[in-house]
Ligand binder design. Structure first.
Ligand SMILES: *Cc1c(COP(=O)(O)O)cnc(C)c1O
Length: 441
């Protein structure tokens, strides 16, 4: 079992100190999150439970802020990575804006205290109701993804009597290396954004409509990007559009939104080198004089979360060893959905890895696993196990499949911890059902 270290030395070095792990082993060998032993959290909040380290989020935010310091910019944290109110409070206190992709996320952002003007509203299929909600909130801008959406937004804005600030999400159609095909979005032939060849015609359409004002150009390449050069290629393409529009006399542009996608380390991959990122991207941005917007999700929260789970049973079957725990695909979908790798660590001081095991959940699906073919020290029923680096796309992708109540969420700040989202109860599972439905013909 690779030891969890609070530094950048995990399996062969990368950019200075970038890997602030959410959980590290204390002198007693026990896993802890900052000053709090994970065992204490499990005892107080039960399992499965998500644990977030506020310090890790702040550390990431400040590093990215520092890297972008030489151009006017704002970070808009992407809610879909982790929309827990407690995480949103941390991010808001840092001064970030947000990026939302649904009316539900807009509502969460507003509940967490973000102003409409803090919000970038993206998403490939915004309904009329969502567009109305965004207008009512007074969002900073809508990133529009098609000519059809542009016309709908124009009509709704004129009906309401306002002018909608818009960015155009352009598919830069660059080739990408990402961990999984499902998390690439900026290649040719994907559903996202305005196809590269249509960018200028759609911009001209926007300029002709009275209900919208073109204030930004936007892209989002994909997620968990391990290379910097696609950013450079993508930004260069956005700048190319900016130049063409400038030559057409367009003077309303204010924002260059380059999306999210910065990767984090889950295993042996390199964390993004932020200085190199800045060196490659910022000179292009500077030329435009526009304010840079970035929409980091995973980068801010991915390494900040741990999923604590308890061993229910162990089993030897068909020549394989299984460790069955009380979290599964319902709590953490990433392994079964994307084949994602997450480190698995016993919370107690670990012995030497002795067996190769599959760590699986209790859900009635063979695809319900958290880790496959992992060397693990011996564990027994009741032992606590930590699944690491689950702060992004963890709890937000949870489901109630098999009628499993969703886990609790805990935030750690230094020596203190608090339950910030209650565990769902079985009563919650049936709350929305209508026992005596109102039949209609
Ligand atoms: C998902 C998403 C992001 C954030 O992606 P990360 O890889 O988590 O940084 C940013 N912008 C848009 C439009 C997205 O859909």
């Amino acid at each position: 079992v690779p030891e969890v270290r609070n530094g950048d030395d995990h399996r062969g070095g990368v950019g200075a100190g970038l890997l602030t792990a959410a959980a590290v082993r204390g002198a007693d060998g026990e896993l802890r999150c900052e000053g709090v032993p994970l065992r204490r959290i499990a005892a107080a909040a039960g399992t499965p439970v998500y644990v977030y380290n506020g310090h890790t989020i702040r550390d990431r935010y400040q590093r990215l802020q520092a890297a972008l310091a030489s151009v006017p910019h704002r970070l808009h944290y992407t809610l879909k990575a982790n929309s827990s109110a407690a995480v949103l409070r941390v991010v808001r206190q840092l001064g970030a804006g947000v990026d939302v992709v649904s009316g539900g996320e807009l509502h969460r952002a507003r509940c967490a205290g973000f102003a409409g003007s803090d919000v970038v509203f993206g998403g490939v299929g915004k309904t009329d109701d969502e567009l109305r909600a965004g207008l009512a909130a007074g969002v900073l801008l809508f990133n529009v993804e098609s000519a059809g959406e542009l016309r709908r937004l124009d009509a709704i804005a004129r009906e309401v009597g306002v002018r909608a600030p818009i960015g155009l999400r352009i598919n830069p159609e660059v080739s990408l290396e990402a961990a999984h095909a499902y998390i690439k979005t900026g290649e040719r032939g994907q559903k996202f954004g305005i196809p590269w060849d249509d960018a200028i015609p759609v911009a001209e359409l926007a300029l002709s409509l009275g209900g919208v004002e073109l204030v930004g150009l936007d892209m989002h390449l994909g997620s968990q990007l391990t290379r910097i050069d696609p950013y450079r290629a993508g930004v260069a393409r956005l700048v190319d559009i900016w130049r063409q529009l400038r030559d057409l006399g367009v003077d309303t542009l204010r924002y260059l939104d380059i999306g999210g996608g910065l990767g984090v380390r889950y295993d042996t991959e390199a964390s993004p080198d932020l200085d190199r990122f800045a060196d490659m991207v910022l000179p292009l941005v500077r030329e435009t004089g526009l304010t840079l917007l970035m929409e980091p999700g995973r980068f801010l929260v991915g390494n900040a979360g741990v999923l604590l789970t308890r061993v229910i049973d162990t089993k030897h079957s068909g020549g394989k060893d299984f460790v069955i725990v009380d979290a599964g695909m319902t709590e953490l979908l990433r392994p079964s959905h994307y084949g994602a790798y997450h480190r698995v660590e016993p919370v107690a001081p670990p012995g030497e890895p002795s067996t190769i095991v599959d760590v699986v959940g209790p859900v009635c699906e063979s695809g319900d696993f958290l880790a496959l073919d992992r060397p693990l020290p011996p564990v027994a029923d009741g032992d606590l196990i930590a699944i690491l680096d689950v702060g992004a796309y963890g709890y937000v992708m949870a489901s109630n499949y098999n009628s499993r109540p969703r886990a609790a969420e805990v935030l750690v700040e230094g020596d203190r911890f608090a339950v910030v989202t209650r565990r769902e109860t079985v009563e919650d599972l049936v709350r929305l059902e209508i026992p005596d439905p109102d039949w209609r013909t």
